[in-house]
Design a protein around this ligand. Structure first.
Ligand code: SAH
Length: 376
């Protein structure tokens, strides 16, 4: 039975399901789920377009190198705590970790004592990661983030939080009602839950949205961010969360647009049309993630634009040195640099947020970027 038919059957038995439950099934169903069964990433290193979408580590090795050096610097600034965990959430093909580990050869003391942990729900992608990282012994894989206690956590997550399920609420004349997924004549359709749930809308400033306004929240993402912050506050470490997300100013001014999107073959598609055929994701709510980090007791830095962060970490220098060593690839390296940092491309839509212990004064690359980028 197709995944769609199974969802229709589930809805017949239990009634409409939340958007979050729909996303979970569409992305992670063991037989057909989008992530569970395929490699979604398009490669453009060699100019070949493939897959459904492309992420920063797949655009250039420079991205992972900068993130690896960020972690090493944070570790160094904290007085080089013993037995660090080097964690990546949602590692895709394993490219980012491979690039980080190569760059971290410049910090051999960190590497020598670090335990590498990959948190990956998809057995398919986990196998790809194992292949990518086969030269590295002793890597631990987990389905869910559950680190051994007491060790400082040095963590990165790129385009992970946007893949976590969201719930949606729509402002109606009755109040805020949750948007659900129902089935009609074998097809999936959106429907509003009849009873308003005002307590689901956080912060209260959003209560006053116009009719038709949509509020999105990812309880799973916020709980996880708070957990990470709590671990870092208690045992030291650092987290760098990079993702595409709302403009904070627009949001505070009452941006109530929905952002859940389906992407396949580098183009947008219908969210409900063919569950599991498309990637589903939503803008990351950086204001909410920031608050979750503070609730967990961490010091929170950013968000700043991905471009500003990469530039502060020295990506232009790195691009020049790669191009000097490999002149034939010069234009490709320049194009990748542009794509990762330019405000017209990924430079400001993608943002970085850092969690550090309260004792840490600054986050590497964040201090100099200053306020102008924070709203970008
Ligand atoms: N970081 C990679 C991949 C981003 S796609 C890159 O930048 O290229 C999202 C990744 O998160 C995939 O590896 C997906 O399988 C994984 N993922 C999504 N939801 C997850 C969950 N709930 N738990 C663990 N991994 C998850």
């Amino acid at each position: 039975m197709s995944l769609k038919a199974r969802i229709v059957e589930l809805i017949a038995a239990q009634g409409p399901i939340s958007v979050a439950q729909f996303m979970t099934i569409a992305l992670h169903d063991p037989q057909e789920g989008y992530y569970a069964t395929r490699d979604p990433f398009g490669v453009s290193h060699d100019g070949r377009k493939g897959g459904d979408f492309i992420t920063a580590p797949e655009i250039s090795q420079m991205f992972g190198e900068m993130l690896g050096l960020w972690l090493a610097q944070a570790w160094d600034e904290q007085g080089r705590p013993a037995h660090p965990l080097l964690v990546e959430l949602g590692p895709g093909r394993g490219t980012l970790m491979a690039d980080m580990l190569r760059a971290l050869k410049a910090a051999p003391e960190f590497l020598k004592h670090a335990k590498v942990m990959m948190v990956e729900a998809s057995p398919f992608l986990r196998a790809m990661q194992q292949e990518t990282l086969k030269a590295h012994a002793g890597i631990l894989w987990q389905d869910q983030f559950d680190p051994p206690p007491g060790r400082p956590v040095f963590l990165v997550a790129n385009e992970f939080f946007d893949a976590l399920p969201i719930r949606q609420y729509v402002k109606t004349a009755r109040g805020w009602c949750e948007r659900m997924v129902t089935a009609r004549d074998g097809e999936l359709a959106f429907v509003l839950a009849p009873t308003p749930v005002p307590s689901a809308i956080i912060p209260e400033s959003r209560m006053e949205a116009p009719e038709g306004g949509v509020y999105e929240t990812s309880p799973g993402a916020l709980a996880l961010a708070e957990d990470i912050a709590r671990l870092i506050a208690a045992s030291g470490g650092a987290a760098l969360l990079v993702d595409y997300g709302h403009d904070a100013q627009k949001q505070q001014a009452g941006g109530f647009a929905e952002t859940l999107q389906a992407v396949g073959d580098h183009a947008f598609a219908e969210v409900l049309a063919a569950p599991s055929a498309h990637d589903l994701s939503a803008h990351v709510d950086f204001v909410a993630l920031e608050q979750a980090g503070r609730r967990g007791g961490a010091s929170v830095h950013g968000p700043i634009g991905q471009g500003a962060l990469l530039q502060a970490l020295g990506i232009e220098l790195r691009a020049r040195s790669l191009a000097t060593r490999n002149p034939a690839n010069g234009s490709q390296i320049a194009a990748a640099l542009q794509r990762l940092t330019s405000p017209e491309e990924m430079g400001t839509l993608f943002k970085a947020l850092a969690f550090l212990p309260l004792s840490a004064a600054t986050a590497p690359g964040f201090a100099r970027a200053g306020v102008p980028h924070a709203a970008a």
